[in-house]
Design a protein around this ligand. Structure first.
Ligand code: CP
Ligand code: NVA
Length: 298
């Protein structure tokens, strides 16, 4: 049995299998008569709905629960919830603040556990990001992704995913908002081509993909003012996009804080692929769950 707590829980070839499966029509109804338990400690628009739709497409029934209903570690421990929900669902998905909480839940679960975003990782987002990149360029060959902004959960999973499929990954952030040493070591382990480039102009130069995410993540709202000031020079705007490759695309996991990390002009512009990217969340959720319940269970 396999789980997905971070994208490098998959090997490169497994990751490509999941992407291929995400584009396959007529997948078998591996969840027929079965359920998926989806737990959320934070708000969600894309992740909840894409997972629920993918469960239905695989013949199953999604059960979505907010943390105030189940009280992860307040009403009941993460370990006991792992045990409990394994008896109801064939898949457990959870969005949590502390990544460790998810690891504890997964440790007692007897069904695959999927990270639906934690403070450290967002692997289901990275699957959709890679699929969108492959659809835009036809393959992963000779591509560079420039991530401009906060080196957060989304950036980490995206960078590791790029490393696995051989895409060069550049990160540009203000001092103090970069990856920690443990994350850089994790990039090394997957053999990633990682460049830490403070200057956003240098980072995007010639890149085929320009990616950004919110300057303050869920739970960091109190830092909004400080961060908005610190990140001002890292905004993705028309000028910055014009410095990337001429065929470059713009990606964002969404939700966007419009005219902070990205201008309307770029988000709504010709190079933006953010809506197909968001829709790919459903296709990759379906491909991932199908893989976990077939090849991943073998
Ligand atoms: N990108 C993403 O995970 O969006 P939600 O927070 O709306 O699920
Ligand atoms: N980095 C953001 C991603 C939201 C999908 C957050 O964690 O809030």
């Amino acid at each position: 049995m396999r789980s997905l707590l971070e994208i490098d829980d998959l090997t490169a070839s497994e990751l490509l299998q999941v992407l291929d499966r995400s584009e396959q029509a007529d997948l078998s109804a591996v969840l027929a008569g079965k359920g998926a338990m989806l737990l959320f400690e934070k708000p969600s628009s894309r992740t909840r709905t894409s997972m629920e739709m993918a469960v239905v497409q695989l013949g199953g029934h999604p059960v979505t629960l907010r943390s105030e209903e189940i009280g992860i570690d307040t009403r009941e421990s993460a370990e006991d919830l792992g045990r409990l929900f394994s008896g109801y669902g064939s898949i457990i998905g959870a969005r949590v603040f502390e990544h460790h909480k998810l690891q504890r839940l997964a440790a007692t679960a007897t069904v695959p556990v999927i990270n639906l975003l934690s403070d450290e990782a967002h692997p289901v987002q990275a699957l959709a990001d890679l699929l969108t990149i492959r659809q835009a360029f036809g393959s992963f060959e000779n591509l560079t992704v420039a991530y401009v902004g906060d080196a957060n959960n989304v950036a980490k999973s995206l960078g590791l995913a790029c490393g696995l499929v051989g895409v060069e990954f550049r990160v540009s952030n203000p001092p103090g908002y970069g990856f920690d040493a443990a994350t850089v070591a994790q990039f090394d382990q997957v053999g990633a081509s990682l460049s830490l480039i403070e200057d956003p102009h240098q980072a995007v130069a010639g890149a085929q993909v320009v990616y950004t995410d919110a300057w303050y993540s869920m739970g960091q709202e109190k830092e909004q003012q400080v961060r908005t000031k610190a990140f001002a020079a890292w905004q993705v705007n028309a000028q910055l996009m014009s410095e990337a490759a001429s065929n470059a695309v713009f990606l964002h996991c969404l939700p966007a804080h419009r005219n902070d990390e990205v201008t309307d002009e770029v988000l709504d512009g010709k190079q933006s692929r953010v809506w197909p990217q968001a829709w790919n969340r459903m296709h990759t959720a379906r491909g991932l769950m199908h893989w976990l319940l077939t090849d991943g269970a073998a």
